[in-house]
Design a protein around this ligand. Sequence first.
Ligand code: GLN
Length: 289
Amino acid sequence: MERPNEVWTIGSILKWTGQYFAEKGVESPRLDAEVLLSNVLGKERIYLYVHFDEPLQVDEMARYKGMIKKRALRMPVAYIIGYKEFMGLDFAVSPAVLIPRPDTEILVEAVIERLKEKESVNFVDVGTGSGAIVLSLLANLPQAVGSTVDISEAAILVAKENAEKLGVINRVSFFHGDVYSPVKDQLFDAIISNPPYIPDSDIEGLQPEVKCEPHGALAGGTDGLGFYRKLVREGVSLLNPGGFMAFEVGIHQATAVAKLADAFAELGEVSILKDYGGIERVVIINKRE
Ligand code: GLN
């Protein structure tokens, strides 16, 4: 990308970067080029379109080049710029946490719908990561308090930073540990989780971007269902009567996860919700009154 006698403009560098990313196998090359450049310039993407002829300053170009190198190595855009939007809120992210996905908004919206009329709510989110689920729930449910558990201390630090920024830190308790181990003495109105669910045999074939994400947030064991078995079995006695469990699930897992409820007389009606791509993505299991 050396152009000694020419100055790079917003238009020319975007064109070059879009082509370069495409050669590197990036799925949305032009969009990513724009998102990274608007981050360097501290402007909205729309700014780029009306300033194609604007030359880039030396320091801007240097910072952009650094980002281009990372993206060409297939590091996710969210890790490069350090944040990801979820439920209309900005979440700080780092390679210590899974990047929040739009499909997970289906889970959050379904939980908000079920809890919004309740006067007081106490829920737990198992596997905090960035805090996307628990914190967007708290932002939308002013009457709620949440507990959250993660096995990764590095993830908890990211989630705490997000809780602070979103102004909900006084309504959330962070616990370090495996699944329910630190919250075994509590009772909840809802148990929510997007656990690691990718079957071991699928890990190798994941996109390079996904392989940058924490293995512990993705790998769900031989059939990808191990966490759901534990979440359901040990969760029954932690739920108040009339409460529910809501889980994000991987492709083709919904029926198997829904069936886990059959083994417990205390559990009743189960519903399955689809994501934006028509894939069964969320399983909700109700505890009887
Ligand atoms: N949705 C993620 C993916 O498909 C997986 C997240 C998870 O294992 N909970 O990459």
